[in-house]
Design a protein. Structure first.
Lengths: 470, 217, 307
């Protein structure tokens, strides 16, 4: 089952390299994404059996990520049908890389071996790079370059971490997760600590945590909207899954405090830094990128705080992904309509494209964690965890930073929505596919926010239990 | 054959130092190829008494990918452009050699407190690989050309590999191959990006962007 | 009485053998250039010719200019007394004589540079400034090598360092010695003004370092300078050869033969390098010297790590 799920997009990637029509590629991508989602939906009923001697296993943590990936690809594939109506360029490399990305992200979600996990995450980095420079302007190439370089170094450090873990596990003789968990007392603590540091720095680079976040505004600012969605919603969370896996080991070896303290530090830093930069930002996509850094900070903060925070972080993974769909797809469709994502170019959206205007407001609310959207709940859970664990200052800093974020993004979006359009715009029609893709995620996000279905709750509890179980 | 492993470790660090002090991109790529070749020799000396098929395979794949294909791709990436030499590194060449020496000493000092469990092939492996990683990192940070930054990344990877090849057999061969392949693809994509950057530059040299990009590329 | 006899015999060997190796180097270079080249003994003839001539002194020069060649020759002779030559033990040895060795070199160089400045010629001034800069860096590498070697051999006397039990050391300390040899070789090339640092045959004052400094010396003085240079190369080579070829058979004749063979190979190597490489651009030379230092330092670090 899992093999099929990985191989299907991979083979399709090879298929679309052939000279087939542009629309066939899009349709195939839509079909594969749909099939992928159906498979994943079936996993909610019953987990598939493990494959390849336990290298490929789907557990609750993996299922959360896999569902996110699947949903994101589905909505992107719908969005793309509309997007490429107005895009003249070719899409061979683009769709190929999307397929490969889907394949590798699936592998991330189901790999139970730390080496394999690394290989898959590195592959996602590589296949997402060509997507950023889709428009191939100088700025986008520069952004791609920065992304490639920073993430490659980060990933190389994570590889070092993997090897250190292997040394720590010298007496266990394998890097398979269950064996590591079972043989936790045999692990050498010093090496494990070293490997934890390298893992956090390495995969943190890939997540865009604060000191190494500089690629994010560039890359998300230049990438087409749907690529930004996949990167902010799925790619970064793939690395978060790696951190969750390490958290499992830390918990077994009693290194949770060590692990948590680093995570909390980088989490708080990731809350503060974007809040400082957001106020001067004029580009919608870049502003959303800062918001993404903020969300990553919240995730690791939640993981660092444990228990309630952990539950909040897992919940936030889902909400963050859905919110990113609303945010970046709206920004992407706006950027295509106006030819730019800069707030100086775009004016009066609500008058010309009422529906997109509504989506923009939804994006603002979802991205900054306002009520009916589920992001509100998960952020509240994480801040709550800070208060429960008596980190009052941290909670206060978090609230202030989130407030600044709201002001920063709100300023841009309200500017964009109102005001007079600069010139009588030849209003392109709103595209039904684009709007469906955005609306789907928005509605889902609101409905989770209003009422959490019991299977989801159960899944989150199970996943949290994997990490904090004794 | 411990001493041969020692010598290989030392030579790898030495070659990183040479790359650090070099200013001609083509020469740097050549030295990198040599370094990778030496790295590829390592598996053959590890278990001198009984060379397993695993050793042979890893050695050969390392040589083919890193000592032949990757340098070839890099040469391809710099062929069309006037990218012959690193113009202005952030830290001068002389200063970077001194820093390099300090970095090596630091790596050795750090490794003092780390004890590798089991029986490592040589006690020089850990400090030497750390040194190489740090030197590669230094090259990445201090050099301003895209190609030289890729080279820095590759040296960093070589350092990690020095460590990986010699220390353990925990990784299944398939995954080790996956790691190598990933790195190869990384370089491939980086080379393509470098090439695109060059093309963009030849198309419009007077653009606004160049003012802030010219530094980097 | 005995010690004086030893020193004199030591100097006799040094004085008779040292020009031969310069002859070998130029023969190798001639061979690579496809020429027949001068005889192996050409340096002897040159010296003989120079010693028969009178010196000419410019009116601007002072006593420093006259003293420098003699001091130079005297200094390298004193240095040679500290260095064992194959089976011939060094007549003078005491703990810490590596420092003396290094400073004798510095002393000789100081007078050479002063004499070059004394001429008041801009070319020689330029050469002097380059010599001062490069020797400053090469001294760094030289000291680092000495430090590493003294840690390997647990002594700070040249005789003990070179005469130490290197066959054992190579198996234990292979990587360290490899680095030291590499670094020391660069030092030899620098100290003796060889390609790729300096070109002894060039006639362009703008690019020369060592040669331009002795441009104003003539006759006997020039002979002293050349002789000093030949001895310096000989001494450096005889420090390096026992490290590379640590064979000690016990048979004196064999050992001496091996030593001389090593010297020969080293000279040929230098000759090959001179024929195949080009001189480095001046602003790259310091990088090479810094690499020599880094190598020696790396060797030191490895040595400390292995302790």
């Amino acid at each position: 089952m899992l093999t099929i799920l990985i191989l299907m997009p991979f083979l399709c990637a090879l298929g679309v390299l052939l000279p087939v029509s542009k629309y066939f590629r899009l349709k195939l991508f839509g079909a594969v994404s749909l099939a992928h989602s159906l498979f994943v939906a079936s996993f909610w009923k019953e987990f598939p059996p493990s494959e390849y001697h336990g290298f490929l296993v789907l557990d609750s943590l993996g299922l959360i990520l896999l569902s996110i990936i699947s949903f994101l690809f589905l909505s992107v594939s719908i969005f793309m049908i509309g997007y490429f109506k107005h895009e003249l360029g070719r899409n061979r490399v683009f769709v190929t890389c999307l397929f490969l990305l889907l394949s590798m992200m699936t592998l991330v979600a189901v790999s139970y071996h730390f080496g394999l996990l690394w290989v898959a995450i590195e592959a996602t980095t590589l296949f997402s790079a060509p997507l950023i420079s889709f428009h191939r302007s100088q700025q986008s190439l520069q952004a791609t370059w920065r992304y490639l370089l920073i993430c490659s170094v980060g990933i190389a450090l994570a590889l070092m971490g993997t090897f250190f873990l292997a040394i720590a596990a010298h007496d266990v003789h394998t890097l398979l997760l269950p064996a590591l968990l079972k043989g936790a007392p045999l692990l050498s603590v010093n090496w494990l600590k070293l490997s934890i540091i390298f893992f956090i720095v390495g995969y943190g680079c890939k997540m865009g945590l604060a000191p190494t976040h500089s690629w994010k505004p560039e890359a998300y600012g230049q990438a087409p909207g749907m690529v930004a969605v996949l990167m902010a919603g799925a790619l970064t969370q793939c690395s978060f899954l790696a951190l969750l896996r390490i958290a499992q080991i830390c918990n077994k070896t009693g290194l949770t405090d060590f692990f948590s303290s680093i995570l909390i530090l980088s989490g708080v830093l990731s809350l503060i830094v974007p809040a400082m930069f957001i106020l001067g930002e004029r580009n919608i996509k870049r502003a959303f990128a800062y918001s993404s850094i903020e969300h990553m900070g919240l995730l690791v903060l939640g993981l660092g705080l444990g228990t309630v925070g952990l539950f909040g972080a897992l919940f936030h993974m889902i909400n963050n992904a859905l919110a990113k769909v609303v945010m970046f797809l709206t920004a992407g469709s706006l950027a295509q309509k106006y030819g730019s994502a800069s707030a100086d170019e775009i004016r009066g959206v609500i008058h010309i494209y009422p529906l997109t205007g509504v989506f923009l407001i939804a994006a603002l609310l979802a991205g900054t964690g306002m009520f009916p959207f589920a992001t509100f709940h998960s952020e509240l859970l994480i801040l709550n965890a800070a208060i429960i664990s008596k980190h009052y200052l941290m909670a206060a800093v978090g609230v202030v930073c989130l407030g600044l974020m709201f002001i920063g993004i709100g300023k841009i979006i309200l500017n964009v929505i109102h005001g007079q359009p600069k010139e009588p715009l030849l209003a392109k029609k709103e595209n039904i596919y684009m709007n469906v893709a955005i609306a789907m995620a928005g509605i889902l996000l609101i409905s989770i926010g209003l009422w959490m279905p019991s299977p989801l709750e159960k899944l989150l509890h199970n996943a949290a239990a994997l990490i904090v179980s004794v | 054959m411990t001493s041969w492993v020692d010598v290989i470790c030392i030579v790898i660090v030495f070659l990183s130092l040479i790359i650090l002090s070099n200013h001609r991109v083509a020469a740097m790529i050549g030295v990198f190829a040599l370094q990778s070749f030496v790295l590829g020799l390592l598996p053959f000396f590890l278990h001198a008494s009984s060379i397993s098929s695993r050793d042979i395979m890893i050695g050969l794949v390392t040589m083919i990918l890193k000592a032949a294909l990757v340098p070839y791709i890099l040469f391809w990436a710099i062929r069309h452009v006037s990218m012959r030499s690193e113009i202005k590194p952030i830290i001068g060449f002389g200063a970077s050699i001194i820093f390099g020496a300090i970095v090596i000493a630091g790596a050795f000092w750090v490794s003092l407190s780390l004890k590798i469990p089991g029986q490592p092939a040589s006690d020089l492996v850990l400090p030497c690989s750390l040194s190489t990683v740090l030197l590669g990192f230094m090259i990445m940070v201090t050099r301003t050309r895209a190609v030289t930054q890729v080279l820095g990344y590759l040296i960093l990877e070589n350092g990690i590999f020095l460590f990986a090849i010699s220390l353990f057999d925990v990784m299944p061969v398939l995954i080790e191959m996956g790691i190598l392949l990933d790195i190869f693809v990384a370089v491939f994509i980086m080379a393509i990006v470098v090439n695109h950057i060059n093309e963009e530059f030849e198309k419009n040299t007077a653009s606004v962007v160049q003012s802030n990009m010219g530094e980097t590329f | 009485m005995n010690i004086i006899f030893l020193i004199l015999s030591h100097w006799l060997i040094v004085l008779t053998l040292s020009p031969l190796f310069l002859g070998i180097i130029s023969k190798v270079k001639a061979f690579f250039a496809g020429k027949k080249g001068p005889s192996f003994f050409q340096p002897y003839f040159d010296l003989q010719r120079l010693f028969q001539k009178n010196s000419v002194y410019s009116r601007t020069t002072t006593w420093i200019f006259c003293a420098a060649p003699i001091i130079n020759l005297a200094a390298v002779l004193v240095l040679s007394a500290l260095v064992p030559l194959g089976t011939f033990k060094a007549p003078v040895k005491f703990s810490g004589d590596i420092l003396l060795a290094a400073y004798i070199l510095g002393f000789a160089r100081f007078f050479m540079i002063s004499a070059a400045l004394d001429t008041g010629s801009s070319f020689e001034g330029m050469g002097a400034s380059r010599e001062a800069f490069f020797s400053c860096l090469s001294e760094l590498a030289l000291f680092m090598n000495f430090i590493t070697l003294s840690f390997v051999s647990h002594s700070i006397s040249l005789s003990a360092m070179i005469g130490a039990n290197f066959p054992l050391s190579w198996t234990l300390m292979g990587p360290v010695l490899l680095l030291v040899v590499g670094s020391f070789f660069i030092v030899i090339l620098t100290e003796n003004a060889r390609i790729p640092i300096d070109d002894p045959d060039t006639h362009l004052e703008l690019t020369m370092i060592h040669e331009v400094m002795i441009l104003d010396h003539s006759g006997v003085d020039l002979g002293y300078m050349l002789y000093a240079a030949a001895i310096k190369f000989f001494v450096f080579a005889s420090i390096m050869v026992p490290i590379i070829v640590p064979v000690q058979s016990g048979n004196t004749a064999w050992d001496m033969l091996i030593f001389l063979g090593g010297m020969l190979v080293l000279s040929v190597t230098v000759g090959i390098i001179e024929s195949t490489m080009a001189r480095l651009r001046l602003n790259r030379v310091n990088n090479l010297l810094l690499i020599a230092f880094a190598l020696a330092f790396f060797g030191f670090v490895v040595k400390m790590w292995r302790m």
